[in-house]
Design a protein around this ligand. Structure first.
Ligand code: GAL
Ligand code: ZN
Length: 669
């Protein structure tokens, strides 16, 4: 049985990707000296080293990695060892050019960057298994080894491949899902546009078509892609489990919805020993700490609530955005501690030492080009000391106040062509509803629509276009048993094959919401609608509907626009609970007003705190840890439910906590 935490690491994880192969070996001595100065506890190595480790098929050079691991071990730094399978070497493609992936347009990508992989290629699978086996044998019992880091960020920069090998693989996946062609034809609705299949061989990946390609075919291909890549992860994982029993295996996720779209992380989260995540701020976005919090909550949720680990973020600017803004003084520490507050047992970076050459030479690092006489280095050393004083937090858990439902498959389905309006955007709604909860200082988990929701007093559904019948029943039961549900428009519409549920919209959610939708009424680009009713007047845009109550009570009604006179926001009392429905796009205070009603129905109270003072708690065997992260420039005072010790300053506190501007405080209660 593998562990769920890096072996031999008895503190929070602090460090980064370390690529010493880019430097002469004398530099390594300076690296480890500075790592110790900064309080680094673990580094990730070997992620991109395949070409150096296996120089031609079956010809190996492990000497440098042997020396590196020994050096790190002598210096007490734990190792997260990569399998380098994200970058097959040039010799591999010389032998197997067919393993380069093909895009939807039929164009084959070339060697020269990274991640050029057809995950259905038998040659790739075999070569990846082989180098993994070599590493497992050689380092499986090395004393420095704490964690295996398989591949790197599966799912980006390309995930799907449309080549012939992938086509064959897709057909096999379909044959396992639909035992007969009859079933497949029904599931894909091939009666539409005459797409009936008589032979399995005729089925292809959804390559470029003159007009919209069959949506059920596209949706299944997206599922196939996530599943196929996951099989490749599992193959490497199983080799490592066999050769290095007890050493946990991870692969770094990118749960931020803006960073990887193609993996169903609910399925992936079950397969890793430790969930790890990479998160990069959208530098120019306002309040990007909200997106950070959302990604951290989503990561904890795919980890099933267990502690997880932030494996990469940046000390300062990245190099791949249009304008790579610096982080403000203290921002790196706030970012790091915000991840820790939400369940990460450490904070790691890309990367340790800035590269002199290659595509990422303008990316920030823990040790920047400017060297140690730099703001970033001083902040790196200070952060190491802060994390060093938070060791007790390790293993404690976050208890959420509410859940937000999220389903990658529903997102994939909604993003396909020809929806009723381009304004329908699942990610946009998820961001908006998450921000509304964040602004109320509610801590939320994300949950799968078919999961057990009974522990949450409040469940929010910002976007669930694809809702299975089972999910609909689950939500109905949840409300009957006393839960409070709030659902946004364009949810409950189609089944798992992107077919409209029989009868009026929103098929899967009609019963629980107590209403039907007679017609969708999308708004013009610049149109706004007024909602009047029991409370302040609200403004919506983007979308409206002809809502027909069938048990639900109208709470706000459209005063104008195409749906004038129809209910706009409704509340349905059902069993011991109630279900709210919001049929237009509300933002800011308008959304807050409506969700505030649902929050009150759920019996939740929300603290009076400035909007950007983030307060999150973790609970462990030895007590509670209250994190207060002040993203504003002004000092803030946070009420405390008792007394305790502020861990970063070692000061006793009681009754309240003063948090200087742009600073974090952590109280052990
Ligand atoms: C990550 C990746 C790293 C590095 C980093 C730059 O997505 O895993 O290897 O490229 O981005 O921000
Ligand atoms: Zn392929």
């Amino acid at each position: 049985m593998a562990h769920h935490w890096p072996v031999g690491l008895d503190q929070l994880a602090y460090g980064g990707d370390y690529n010493p192969e880019q430097w002469p070996e004398h530099v390594w001595q300076e690296d480890v000296r500075l790592m110790r100065e900064a309080g680094v506890t673990m580094v990730s190595v070997g992620i991109f080293s395949w070409a150096l480790l296996e120089t031609e098929r079956g010809v190996y050079d492990f000497g440098w990695l042997d020396r590196l691991l020994d050096l790190l071990h002598e210096n007490g730094i734990r190792v997260d060892l990569g399998t380098p399978t994200v970058v097959p070497p040039a010799w591999f493609y010389r032998e197997h050019p067919e393993a380069l992936p093909v895009g939807r347009e039929g164009v084959r990508y070339e060697f020269g960057g990274r991640g050029a992989i057809c995950h259905s290629s038998p040659a790739y699978r075999q070569a990846a298994a082989s180098i993994t086996e070599q590493l497992g044998r050689r380092y499986g019992s090395h004393p420095a080894l704490a964690l295996w880091h398989v591949h790197n960020e599966y799912g980006v920069p390309v995930s799907a491949c449309y080549c012939e090998a992938s086509a064959e693989d897709f057909r096999q996946w379909l044959a396992a899902r639909y035992t007969t062609l009859k079933e497949l034809n029904e599931a894909w609705g091939t009666a539409f546009w005459g797409q009936h299949y008589n032979r399995w061989d005729d089925i292809r990946p959804p390559r470029l078509t003159p007009t919209a390609c069959n949506p059920a075919q596209q949706l299944d291909f997206a599922r196939f892609t996530s599943d196929t890549i996951l099989e490749n992860f599992k193959r490497e994982r199983d080799i490592l489990h066999r050769l290095a029993p007890g050493i946990p295996v991870t692969t770094n996720f990118m749960t931020a919805l803006s960073q990887c779209e193609s993996l169903d992380y609910w399925a992936w989260g079950r397969e890793v020993d430790l969930v790890t995540n990479d998160h990069y701020l959208v530098a120019e976005a306002e309040r990007n700490h909200v997106n950070l919090a959302m990604s951290a909550d989503l990561t904890r949720s795919v980890a099933g609530g267990r502690p997880w680990l932030l494996l990469e973020h940046s000390t300062g600017a990245v190099n791949w955005q249009p304008r790579n803004l610096v982080k403000q003084p203290g921002e790196m520490a706030r970012n790091s501690l915000a991840h820790v507050a939400r369940g990460s047992d450490g904070a790691m970076f890309f990367q340790w030492r800035a590269s002199r050459y290659g595509a990422e030479k303008f990316h920030s690092a823990m040790l920047p080009h400017a060297g140690t006489d730099s703001r970033i280095w001083r902040e790196v050393v200070a952060l190491g000391a802060s994390l060093g004083s938070l060791g007790a937090v390790r293993g404690s858990r976050v208890e959420a106040d509410a859940a937000i439902l999220w389903d990658w498959q529903s997102w994939w389905a909604q993003k396909l062509e020809w929806r009723p309006s381009v304004e329908l955007d699942a990610r946009e709604r998820a961001d908006a509803w998450y921000a509304a909860a964040y602004d109320r200082h509610l801590t939320v988990d994300f949950a799968h629509p078919e999961s057990d929701l009974s522990r949450y007093p409040l469940v929010l559904v910002p976007a669930l276009y694809l809702t299975t019948e089972a999910a609909g029943i689950n939500l109905t039961e949840y409300v009957r048993e006393g839960g409070t549900l709030a659902v946004s428009y364009f949810s409950g519409i189609v089944d798992e094959h992107d077919a409209v549920h029989a009868g009026p919209h929103p098929g899967a959610l009609r019963d629980v919401l107590g209403l039907t939708v007679e017609e969708f009424a999308p708004l013009r680009a610049d149109q706004q609608v007024r909602l009047v009713g029991d409370g302040p007047e609200l403004t919506g845009d983007g979308w409206s509907e002809f809502v027909v109550p069938r048990g639900a009570d109208p709470v706000w009604t459209y005063a104008d626009g195409p749906a004038a006179g129809h209910p706009a926001v409704t509340r349905h009392a059902l069993g011991g609970g109630r279900a709210w429905y919001v049929s237009s796009r509300l933002n800011g205070t308008h959304l807050d007003t409506v969700l505030g009603r649902a929050i009150a129905d759920a019996g939740l109270t929300t603290p009076e705190l400035p909007r950007d003072v983030e307060v999150v708690e973790r609970t462990g065997e030895h007590g509670r840890y209250l994190f207060a992260i002040n993203h504003t420039a002004a000092a803030a005072r946070v009420p405390l439910p008792g007394s305790g010790t502020e861990l970063l300053t070692g000061t006793p506190v009681s009754g309240h906590l003063d948090v200087p501007g742009n600073t974090t405080r952590v109280v052990h209660l």
